[in-house]
Design a protein around this ligand. Sequence first.
Ligand code: HEM
Length: 354
Amino acid sequence: MSEQSTEAPEPQPVLSPLTAAAVFLVLTIEPGGEDTVRDLLEDVSALQRSVGFRIPGGQLQVVAAIGSDAWDRLFAGPRPAGLHPFRELDGPRHHAPATAGDLLFHIRANRMDLCFEYTTQVMARLAGAVQVVDEEHGFRYFDERDLIGFVDGTESPSGSAAVKAAIVDADDDPDFAGGSYVLIQKYLHDLTAWNAISVEEQERVIGRSKLADIEMPDDVKPVNSHVALNTVTGPDGEEVKIVRANMPFGHASRGEFGTYYIAYAATPDIIELMLTNMFVGRPPGNTDRILDFSTAITGSLFFAPTAEFLDDLPDPPSGAAQVAADAPAAVNVSPGNGNVPAGDGSLGIGSLKG
Ligand code: HEM
């Protein structure tokens, strides 16, 4: 980064409010694809303006985040202090797998067309440089409910509490102040089993009422409820929070009903502690009841650097040019069934192109 600024670094839009639509795009970088990825990263916010400006009020917000292994392939210099590969968890009953991921694009808007067009532009730019691990389309389900019918996100902090929870502080990691750690996991729900229990039992699984979304009093809330196990306090006894932006996804005809879990935090430690509580148990063995109905099928950790970092990337690691030169020609991998649009990558809808 060439210029030093005295102002607080500008985070990417990690704290933007919940939207009606989102695309979660997870990619790995092909050997030799690093330069192409770097070029795209520098244009993340310009692309957001290009796509988003066409729909005033569409609220297109994009966060690009980088995985631990990819970080060293893309950048020389220091790395975010807490960045490491996702730590798989094997509890007495439940497993949290680690899955591949060099890049995450969290693309949010009030309309899916904006998310889709942005994804299309990204994939056109990255064609040949990446492999697609996962592309999931999330949607709003009634009043911010997940597909198990509970309002999801109520206790996720907002305002200055969200900044404290999700944004790296200059005192903790001066080189990466303003950034944020991002952890994703895809969960599939067994709705047949879930719907076979009563609403009262479901409420004891979550720790809140279903219709009115009110938290149970502590003396009523089961210790293995989702809310109880995700209430975590710091050394000073104060509750520590993370910022969550979960979205439902699925394919009703295939019986696939999911929650795309995505959490932003100033340190991965808090999210990992919550995951340990859920999968290993607090105390060990007292695992989260939600996991009797919901199975984690992916898990990756990323770091979302500041907007300034992306606009003005540090140099690539030395020897990167040689690696690029030595690498075999990258395979052209495209999303879905392989139809990356030609040319500028736009589908042309709404464009003035002939
Ligand atoms: C199957 C996936 C999940 C579903 C359906 C789900 C759903 C919910 C719901 C309905 C609530 C209560 C309302 C709210 O405050 O948002 C909640 C709270 C919460 N969840 Fe999850 N969640 C899932 C996974 C996770 C995971 C993996 C973590 C952490 C690693 C987590 C952390 C939290 C936290 C911190 C709260 C707030 C607790 C509080 O302060 O009251 N959730 N979740």
